[in-house]
Design a protein around this ligand. Structure first.
Ligand SMILES: Nc1ncnc2c1ncn2[C@@H]1O[C@H](COP(=O)(O)OP(=O)(O)OP(=O)(O)O)[C@@H](O)[C@H]1O
Length: 284
């Protein structure tokens, strides 16, 4: 006879195997000020509006800003997790529509100088979280630091935010090159931000692929075109997200379209072989 205990175990295992896998999306770009945090937060909120449990890691560890952009109060941050004083679940801050944010520290030198082992420890710590997460968005810092590289490599999708400035294109190219050459990332999803027309967004994508096609073996896809939108700046001044404050504004509509695309991306089905966020879910 099969005991109740055995049945409980079987149903537990079944639930584990059908449990939703977390999609992990790194938002990066190489250059500062191209709109990474705006893309991360607005896409996160649009995903939450569509019913997803969304977690945002404010990995701009040198100068944290997700909480500032949304006017949220932070009590504990990643430094408390690193020092062992708190678990990730304890430091989450709730934002609009129930998004959860993992706050970084503001301007703390220690955080900028984390070692590769500490990055790996942080990536592993996410697997221990009890908070349900359908989509995890990693808002990376500007530049090509070890942290940006290890967090991007540990994600399932890498969004590269670019705007129509020569330095944005060269910095995005440099980031793609290093992620590909040194970390084996070959697929990138490009977000053309702050453009005046759809055509400007498409041309911007062409400028980037002109160099990547010539020198690298990578696959780039133009995933979103976000218009320049004065209302976005107005929303930032009010410490609100545009998808919330001006939902019909052109950039808000574009963020919702991007969120709808992310909803359609398949959840990861197998481990990549590298250290990745929520790895446990993929090997169980
Ligand atoms: N589509 C847009 N239309 C108008 N302004 C925008 C748009 N996207 C971003 N901005 C503005 O550009 C500035 C930089 O945006 P944001 O802080 O999101 O960039 P970032 O890449 O995260 O910057 P950093 O690297 O410094 O953290 C902000 O003032 C923001 O309001």
């Amino acid at each position: 006879m099969i005991s109740d205990n055995t049945l409980d175990q079987a149903s537990g295992l079944r639930n584990m195997s059908i449990a939703k896998k977390t999609k992990v999306v790194a938002v990066t770009g190489g250059k500062g000020g191209v709109g990474k945090t705006s893309v991360s937060l607005n896409t996160a909120i649009a995903l939450a509006q569509s019913g997803q449990n969304v977690l945002v890691l404010d990995a701009d560890l040198g100068l944290a800003n997700c909480d500032v952009m949304l006017g949220l109060r932070v009590h504990k941050n990643l430094s408390h997790v690193l020092s062992g004083e708190a678990e990730l679940d304890d430091i989450l801050v709730e934002g609009p529509h129930g998004i959860k944010i993992v706050p970084a520290t503001s301007g703390s030198i220690d955080m900028v100088e984390l070692s590769p082992a500490q990055h790996a420890g942080l990536i592993r710590a996410f697997s221990e979280m009890k908070t349900p997460v359908d989509v995890f968005i990693v808002d990376t810092a500007a530049g090509i630091s070890d942290m940006v590289l290890s967090f991007s490599r540990a994600s399932h999708e890498v969004l590269v935010v670019v705007c129509d400035e020569p330095t944005s294109i060269t910095d995005a190219y440099a980031l793609i090159k290093v992620l590909n050459r040194d970390h084996g990332v070959s697929k990138f999803k490009v977000v053309a931000n702050m453009v005046r027309t759809i055509k400007e967004g498409q041309d911007l994508f062409k400028k980037l692929t002109l160099v990547t096609d010539r020198f690298l073996e990578v696959n780039l896809e133009l995933t979103a075109i976000i218009p320049f939108d004065d209302n976005l700046r107005k929303a930032v001044r009010r410490q609100r997200a545009i998808v919330d404050a001006f939902p019909r504004s052109p950039s808000a509509v574009a963020f919702k379209t991007l969120a709808a695309k992310i909803n359609k991306w398949p959840a990861p089905s197998h481990a990549s072989g590298n250290l990745e966020f929520f790895l446990e879910q993929l090997v169980n």
